[in-house]
Each structure stands twice: as structure tokens, then as C-alpha cells.
Design a protein around this ligand. Structure first.
Ligand code: GLY
Ligand code: MN
Ligand code: MN
Length: 437
């Protein structure tokens, strides 16, 4: 992260302090008690599932993985962090970092898991709080109107948060380069995953979302969840959608590569998708509707399908008949931050719902873009039998070159995804600064 990061982080905390104060005044709260969360064991087992600290807690306290801890915020006083640090010889208790951000908190290490008892006054208790606690404290548990206001505080990023996402991108890109090299050397999905994790310096339980490492047809499974341990018979394609977190802030990057056995049409499609994705990014600036940009992606996809001879109709007909949506069923992108699909993407700044358009139920960002948002831009083009087969005998299907589709089906699909900061004038691509492809 940049050298001024400690200052940026302190500024972030000062801004957050004022923002919570404004929310408290507007909604009539005197205190907020945030719970970090805790790992949960599998049913009838003593082994816990991967744990993730509550994101509104991480917004303040940059300790991903911290559990059983409470943060009490009372406007006008220093926030108190009850840091769960029990004496334990089975595990290493969390250690308080010697970092400037700690000066913004009154930190009380404790062996207790029970919540502190805040002073009297209207209290909101937030997070995955064990049953009965909020009632015992006389607090309101996760009030929706309050959570909408706190979500809104995460929609635009402070310079500190952008620094974290920038660093997460830098580390994730090292992983992507290693994944591409492993693919070119001829290996398995699992080995590509391990190469990614090693080069991006993280263990699997720390990834911001499950890495998608799809060879050949698996590149067309949108959230493909396995890592095949056997090498494939041939290497047509690789899709890697994989990220990294820094202080809880995610990078979410996708690259698609053609293999030694790829059809040349597939390599040409990757090239065109890359050009199209960069043009979409160039259109990003404050005031642009993300729904309009998503619709623009469908028009551009129609043009691309025509140029590559995959369809024979007008761009408008390709969009209106649903052809482009059969080739790309997901949204153009989403907000990015402490959650990979960050909060607040489908509401107005004052918390009113902004649902996805009827024809695009998977679109996660329906707002107008504003400076300091960080968004992903991830157009895709897939050969998904479940979506394309119903078209084969339809009127729209008459416009599709099925021979080409059948040839390319074994390559799965293409997605190219970058992380983009909306700036005052236009945009900054946080992903491309360090990678040439
Ligand atoms: N990696 C999930 C997504 O791109 O939205
Ligand atoms: Mn994404
Ligand atoms: Mn992704």
C-alpha cells in the first residue's frame, strides 16, 4: 500500500466516526454495538466452517478473521473495541498490531465472549449476534432502516479503501500470471489453483470468494466450483476468476486464455471481448447509469457475435430476441469492497429499492455511478448448452451459426473482469495498471 496509508487509514476512521454520528442523529440512536461474529461448527462435528468477520465491523477494525469481539460506538466518545484474546494453548490468541489505527480506539483485550453492557440509551445491536443477546441488552437487533444507512456508507470508498483494493489487485495479478504460466505448462485445475494461491500469497480459506478455475467446457460454468486433479486430454481454454483480500477489501479479476489446442476463432473472440470490455470501461464516469451500461454491453455483444459470424441478424434483433442474453446471462458488474458483491448496489442513496430490470435479474448494480465507487466490469460470452439448446429450433435460433457454436462449445466461454474506480472526471482501472493483457 502507499506510504501515506496510515494517514489515509486515520482519515478513513475519522470520516467513519462523523458518518456514524450523522446516522445516529438522523435515526435517533445513542449507541451501536457491532459483533465481529464467530466460527460455526458443522452439525454434530467439532470442526468449524471458514469464518468471515462481519463487514460492518471490518469497516472500522482492519482485522479480518477476528472473532468473538465487540465494537461499541457512541457518538462523541472514542469507540471501544472489546478484543477477544483469551489465554489459549490450543490456538494463538489475536495480537494487537502496533499500528496507528489503534490510537483511534479504546482497546480492551478480554477473555470474555459475553457482550459489554453499554450505558442506557437507544441501542442498535448489529451482526450475527447469538440469540437473546440484543433483547438482554435492551437493544434493537439489525434494524433494516439503520442497516440501509450503514450500507450506504460503504458504497463510495475512501482513499484508504481504494488503496486496499489497489493492493489486492496487485497481489491477485501475480496469481493470475502464475495461473496462466501453469496452464501453458500443461497441468490440472488443482495445480493452477495452487499456483494462483502461491503467487498471490494466500491460503484458500482467505480468498474473498471461491476461485473459479475452469479448463475447457468448465470455463462455461459461471461459478464452477471444483478443481479437477486430472489433466485434460486437450487444452482449449482456461477461465480464471480469482481474487485476493487486503484488510478485508477484495479484488475480483477474471482472465480467459486460449490453449495450445484452441480453435483460432476462440483466440479471436478473446481479443474482441477484451477490446469491448476496455471500451465499456472507458464509458464509466459519474452520472452514467449502470443499467444503461449493461444494456450497452448487450448491444456490443450483438455486434461482436455478428462480426465473428456467430449470428446473422441485426444487433437490435440479437438483443431483442434474447440471443445475447443466452450467450451472457449475468450482469455487467457490481460494487466491490469488503464483500465481493458489495452492499448497496440495488438501492438509491436514501435506501429505496432499485431492483434489477425484469430481463436482467442477475444485474447486481442498478444505480447511477458516482465518484469514489469501485465497480467490476466483466462482460462474458459463453457456450452454455442449457441456455443455447432451447434456441436451436426457435425463430431466433435460425440466426445462429450452430456449426460455429458446436465447434466452440468445448472451449466453455470467455469472461474478462477488471476493477474500476469512478473518479470525478472519468475512471481509473485498478487492474490494468500492472498487467499488459
Ligand atoms: N467472482 C464473482 C463475480 O465475478 O462476480
Ligand atoms: Mn465480479
Ligand atoms: Mn469475478
Amino acid at each position: 500500500m502507499s506510504d501515506n496509508c496510515p494517514t489515509a487509514q486515520l482519515n478513513h476512521l475519522d470520516w467513519l466516526t462523523s458518518a456514524y454520528q450523522r446516522v445516529a442523529e438522523a435515526q435517533g440512536y445513542e449507541g451501536f454495538l457491532l459483533y465481529s461474529g464467530e466460527p460455526r461448527c458443522h452439525h454434530a462435528d467439532d470442526q468449524a466452517a471458514t469464518f468471515r468477520t462481519y463487514a460492518h465491523f471490518l469497516h472500522w477494525v482492519p482485522m479480518p478473521g477476528l472473532s468473538h469481539s465487540w465494537l461499541y460506538i457512541r457518538p462523541g466518545t472514542k469507540p471501544t473495541l472489546y478484543l477477544h484474546a483469551p489465554a489459549d494453548f490450543w490456538h494463538l490468541p489475536p495480537e494487537l498490531p502496533d499500528a496507528p489505527w489503534t490510537t483511534r480506539f479504546d482497546i480492551r483485550p478480554t477473555a470474555e465472549t459475553a457482550p459489554p453492557r453499554p450505558p442506557r440509551g437507544r441501542l442498535a445491536v448489529l451482526g450475527d449476534v447469538p440469540a437473546g443477546i440484543a433483547e438482554r441488552l435492551g437493544g434493537e437487533l439489525n434494524p433494516p432502516h439503520l442497516l440501509r444507512a450503514l450500507d450506504e456508507l460503504r458504497v463510495k470508498k475512501t482513499p484508504y479503501e481504494v488503496d486496499c483494493i489497489r493492493e489486492a489487485n496487485r497481489l491477485a495479478l501475480a496469481g493470475h500470471q502464475a495461473a496462466r504460466d501453469a496452464f501453458n505448462a500443461g497441468t490440472t485445475e488443482l495445480d493452477i489453483q495452487l499456483a494462483f494461491l502461491g503467487a498471490s500469497r494466500q491460503r484458500e480459506s482467505d480468498v474473498p470468494y471461491q476461485n473459479i478455475i475452469g479448463l475447457n467446457r468448465h470455463a462455461g460454468v459461471l461459478h464452477y466450483q471444483h478443481y479437477n486433479v486430472h489433466p485434460p486430454a486437450s487444452y482449449s481454454s482456461l477461465l480464471v476468476d480469482a481474487g485476493r483480500s487486503v484488510a478485508g477489501y477484495a479484488a475480483d479479476i477474471t482472465r480467459t486464455w486460449a490453449g495450445n489446442d484452441a480453435d483460432p476463432q476462440f483466440s479471436a473472440l478473446i481479443h474482441s471481448m477484451n477490446v469491448m470490455q476496455q471500451r465499456l470501461i472507458e464509458a464509466i464516469r459519474p452520472g452514467v447509469s449502470f443499467i444503461a451500461l449493461h444494456q450497452h454491453m448487450h448491444q456490443a455483444l450483438g455486434t461482436l457475435l455478428i462480426e465473428h459470424g456467430l449470428i446473422h441478424c441485426s444487433e437490435e434483433a440479437a438483443v431483442e430476441s434474447g440471443i445475447t442474453r443466452a450467450f451472457c446471462p449475468h450482469g455487467l458488474g457490481h460494487l466491490l469492497g469488503l464483500q465481493v458483491h458489495d452492499v448497496g448496489g440495488r438501492m438509491t442513496p436514501d435506501g429505496q429499492p432499485l431492483p434489477a430490470p425484469q430481463g436482467d435479474p442477475a444485474l447486481r448494480l442498478t444505480r447511477e455511478l458516482e465518484a469514489d465507487m469501485v465497480v467490476t466490469v466483466e462482460p462474458g460470452l459463453y457456450f452454455i448448452p442449457m441456455l443455447l439448446e432451447p434456441l436451436r429450433d426457435s425463430t431466433a435460433g435460425a440466426h445462429i451459426d450452430w456449426m460455429k457454436v458446436d465447434t466452440l462449445a468445448s472451449h466453455g466461454g470467455i469472461r474478462i473482469e477488471d476493477n474500476v474506480l469512478v473518479t470525478k472526471e472519468d475512471q481509473e482501472n485498478l487492474t490494468r495498471v500492472q498487467m499488459t493483457s
